[in-house]
Design a protein around this ligand. Structure first.
Ligand SMILES: Nc1nc2c(c(=O)[nH]1)N[C@H]1C(S)=C(S)[C@@H](COP(=O)(O)O)O[C@H]1N2
Ligand SMILES: [Mo]
Length: 431
């Protein structure tokens, strides 16, 4: 196995040459508008029809990034390792995720489509959230309507279901997330359950379906997933309008997104515009087949079971990360260093995190700080003394309150979900 935490700056443009030519032309037009009359008001003037107009002009999948200045948003995420810029996907290296509360600029980005113009322009005019389906009263809520419900603020961990995919062997297709497609930030909003109660949940409702305003690419359906009613009614499940006390960043779902903490990130719909209650388990493209599903039983690595044996992924599982020291830190024999990181366990509690520097022969305890609330990650730290020269790997292994621990080798599934193999950080000690 190779050494982890290699920083990869990989910008894979979404399209080929013709598309770039098209984008160049569009960039020119955007610059023109930007200079002529402050891009903001001009774009607002286009109104809600802009996305539709762009689709009509360029066809699905050819919505020009540059027109909507989506690419400019990358500057709001300094230090992000960009895996893909169309759609934008990027993670932060573990050493930049050292804070107890992840700063907004370091909240990873996982997009399936193009960021809505509304989010780029911070335009909440005409924004409405629709609640419909198996409810007694359909609701259409403006931001002001939403803010009339009691507000709640929690530190909530969102982690992409594919975080850790890069560590699967054999390799699995998809964004090659290493460890940084996770954040534990403070989200403010209203409880989904309060809004659903206002609409009146019919006894027939079993599942939610979420819809956002982003523009799908290629032949994809609009990105839509859902959760069972019990999770929807859980007190930490939020319709959020603030991240760390400020507007939700454009890339993370402005103006409003769902936050379904502890569960794979795809449940947390960004740029939210509709929640529909269903009398059946949601069956959109991203709910079916192999999407966000794992086999019911371990499969031979590299093979796929029949579709009927795939089950929907819900909660994350026990996992930890080392945020200090950085990989390949150079030390001198006799040095004592602080080792720190986080641990989290989806719907469960973190019991302990232990460290080894000799491939698991000896283990050391760490000091675990309790999470600020359910679904916040735990911080942990320890001091390690390196007495003798040599090459060491710091291994961190977390256990949940049921005694379930992180594996030493990554169990395999066809789409590379729920990767939670132990984190190993190499250090070099000179004599
Ligand atoms: N509308 C919409 N919501 C979405 C997505 C998306 O592409 N479109 N991506 C989902 C996935 S797969 C993840 S992991 C999280 C990522 O949230 P973040 O980009 O704010 O970190 O958003 C989810 N919500
Ligand atoms: Mo995700």
């Amino acid at each position: 196995m190779g050494i982890e935490n290699m920083r990869r700056i990989l910008i894979q443009g979404g399209g080929g040459k013709q598309e770039i030519d098209l984008l160049d032309r569009v960039i020119t037009r955007r610059r023109f508008f930007g200079q002529a009359a402050l891009g903001y008001s001009v774009l607002v003037g286009f109104g809600a029809g802009l996305d539709a107009a762009l689709k009509g002009l360029f066809g699905r999948g050819l919505v020009p990034v540059a027109w909507s200045s989506e690419a400019d948003l990358l500057t709001t995420k300094p230090g992000m390792i960009v895996h893909n810029d169309r759609p934008i996907n990027g993670e932060l290296p573990p050493d930049l995720l050292d804070d107890s509360v992840t700063p907004s600029s370091r909240h990873f980005v996982r997009n399936n489509g193009i960021v809505p113009v509304r989010a780029i322009n911070k335009d909440i005019q005409d924004w409405k959230l629709t609640i419909d389906g198996e409810v007694n009263r359909k609701l259409q809520l403006s931001i002001a309507d939403l803010k009339r419900f009691p507000s709640a603020t929690f530190q909530e961990t969102i982690e992409c279901g594919g975080n850790g995919r890069a560590l699967f062997r054999p390799k699995v297709r998809g964004n090659q997330w290493n460890r940084g497609a996770i954040a534990s930030s403070r989200w403010t909003g209203v409880r989904l359950r309060d809004v659903l109660k206002e609409a009146g949940v019919k006894s027939s409702a079993v599942y939610t379906a979420h819809y956002g305003e982003d523009i799908p690419l290629g032949k994809a359906e609009p990105f839509s997933r859902g959760i069972p009613m019990a999770k929807a009614m859980e007190e930490h499940t939020l319709i959020a309008y603030q991240l760390n006390g400020a507007d939700v960043p454009a890339l993370n779902g402005f103006p409003v997104r769902l936050v379904v903490p502890g569960w794979i990130g795809s449940c947390s719909e960004k740029w939210l515009k509709e929640i529909r209650l269903l009398a059946y388990v949601h069956d959109s493209q991203k709910m079916r087949g192999f999407s966000y599903r794992v086999p019911q039983y371990p499969v031979v690595p590299g093979t796929r079971p029949p579709r009927k044996d795939m089950v929907i992924v819900t909660s994350w599982i026990i996992k930890s990360m080392i945020t200090q020291p950085r990989p390949k830190t150079e030390l001198t024999a006799g040095d004592t260093i602080k080792v720190r990181g986080h641990a989290w366990a989806g719907e469960h509690k973190v019991e302990k995190v232990i460290l080894s520097t000799d491939y698991g022969i000896h283990w050391y305890d760490t000091e675990l700080t309790p999470p600020k609330n359910k679904y916040a990650w735990n911080d942990w730290e320890a001091e390690l003394k390196f007495s003798r020269r040599g090459y060491y790997e710091i291994w961190a292994r977390a256990f949940d309150n049921r005694g379930i621990a992180q594996p030493f080798r990554q169990p395999w599934n066809p789409k590379g979900y729920l990767g939670n193999v132990i984190h190993r950080v190499p250090v070099i000690v000179s004599g």
